[in-house]
Design a protein around this ligand. Structure first.
Ligand code: AMP
Length: 188
C-alpha cells in the first residue's frame, strides 16, 4: 500500500501530480485545501470560520485539518496521497499517530522543488484562470512566507525517518511525473 505525502510550496504542482499518481495507483486523494474550499463554498459554520484565515494566506489551526483527515480515512482505500497536508510538524506527528492506529504508515514524502519567482508567476496565472481568491500577488507572498516558516520543517521530520525524496518540479508535466514515479519506486 502506498501512502504518499506530496509536499511543496503553493504552486509547485501538487494537485497536478496528485491526479497523475491517483490514476496510476488508484489512490485516495486527501487535499486539505480542497476540503477547506468545499467547506467555504457550502457556507458551513467551519467554512465561515476559516474563510478569513485562508483569504489572508495563513494556516488554519492544526486541530481543524487533523480532524478533517481523520474523518476521511477509509478501510477500503488502496492508499492515500496527502496533498497540502501535513503543513506543520504537529500535523505530521498527528498523521503518524492516526495512521499507526490503522496499522498504516507513510511510504515516502515527495518534495517538489520550484523557485519562488516561478511559483509567483504560476499562481498569478492560476488566479486569472480559476478566479481562486487567494491567488493574488500579496496573498501569494504571505503563503510562501508561511510555507518557509511553518511548513518547510516538515521536510526535516520525514528526512529523519529516511522517507524524504526531492524532485525537480520545473519543466514539462509528464517529465516531472516520471521523476516522481521513479522516486516513489525506490520506496514502494
Ligand atoms: P492549498 O490549496 O493547499 O494551497 O490550501 C489553501 C489554503 O487552505 C492555505 O493557504 C491555508 O489557509 C489552508 N490550508 C490548507 N491545508 C492546510 C493545512 N494542512 N494546514 C493549515 N492550513 C491549511
Amino acid at each position: 500500500m502506498l501512502n504518499i505525502v506530496l509536499f511543496g510550496p503553493p504552486g509547485a504542482g501538487k494537485g497536478t501530480q496528485s491526479k497523475i499518481l491517483i490514476e496510476k495507483h488508484g489512490l485516495t486523494h486527501l487535499s486539505t485545501g480542497d476540503m477547506l474550499r468545499a467547506e467555504k463554498a457550502s457556507g458551513s459554520e467551519l467554512g465561515e470560520r476559516v474563510k478569513q484565515i485562508m483569504a489572508e494566506g495563513k494556516l488554519v489551526s492544526d486541530s481543524i485539518v487533523i480532524e478533517m483527515i481523520a474523518n476521511r480515512l477509509d478501510a477500503q482505500s488502496q492508499g492515500y496521497i496527502f496533498d497540502g497536508f501535513p503543513r506543520t510538524v504537529a500535523q505530521a506527528e498527528a498523521l503518524d499517530r492516526l495512521l499507526q492506529s490503522h496499522d498504516l504508515g507513510i511510504t515516502a514524502m515527495v518534495q517538489l522543488e520550484v523557485a519562488d519567482e516561478e511559483l509567483v508567476s504560476r499562481l498569478v496565472q492560476r488566479g486569472k484562470d480559476s478566479g481562486r481568491a487567494d491567488d493574488n500577488e500579496e496573498t501569494i507572498r504571505k503563503r510562501l512566507a508561511e510555507y518557509k516558516d511553518k511548513t518547510l520543517p516538515v521536510a526535516g521530520y520525514y528526512k529523519a525517518q529516511d522517507k524524504w525524496i526531492s524532485v525537480d518540479g520545473i519543466g514539462d508535466i509528464t517529465a516531472i511525473s516520471e521523476r516522481v514515479a521513479a522516486a516513489i519506486e525506490q520506496y514502494a
